[in-house]
Write a protein that binds this ligand. Structure first.
Ligand code: CTP
Length: 151
């Protein structure tokens, strides 16, 4: 068995996540995803929309993923690589060079990210839609008020 390991939050699961998982799964036959817990995200100053349990459930339903484990801190990687006998450690290239210290224990690869999509971008689009809806409501309210004044 060739085991591949990756780490991430994977909130609002999107096509960039799918493509990364597909490509890294091709490096082996058992893909383990270490998914950041809500507590670890809080430490990183991040707050996910979906809980750890929900993100882990979504990841497990992806056909490229064999196993999901919790990512609880920055220091666990060497232990995980040893514990799960990891042959390949893979991440998107926004992390390029950051985990080269794992080369003493396993093969480290960084793959290009999918352009034009990210969890942050999805959150921004949703926020913009909400702001637009709010403005429409304000405009409608003002219009109603002006009609009432004419009575
Ligand atoms: N990833 C990718 N292509 C994207 C977005 C993410 O290949 N368009 C990869 C990242 O490089 C990482 C993994 O997916 O290896 C998990 O990334 P994550 O940080 O959870 O997703 P992002 O969409 O980048 O989230 P955020 O905007 O919160 O940083």
């Amino acid at each position: 068995m060739t085991t591949v390991l990756t780490y991430g939050t994977f909130d609002l699961f999107h096509v960039g996540h799918v493509r990364l998982l597909k490509r890294i799964s091709e490096f082996g036959d058992h893909l383990i995803v270490a998914c950041s817990t809500d507590e670890f995200n809080a430490l990183k100053g991040k707050k996910s929309i979906f809980s750890y349990a929900e993100r882990a459930e979504i990841l497990m339903s992806c056909k490229y993923v064999s196993q999901v484990i919790p990512e609880e801190n920055w220091e666990q990687k060497i232990e995980d690589v040893k514990k799960y006998r990891v042959d390949v450690f893979a991440m998107g290239d926004d992390w390029a060079g950051k985990f080269d210290f794992l080369q003493d224990y396993t093969r480290v690869v960084y793959l290009p990210r999918t352009e034009g999509v990210s969890t942050t971008q999805v959150k921004e689009v949703v926020a913009a839609i909400r702001a637009e809806k709010k403005q429409q409501l304000v405009n409608a309210g003002e219009h109603l008020l002006s009609l009432l004044k004419e009575l």
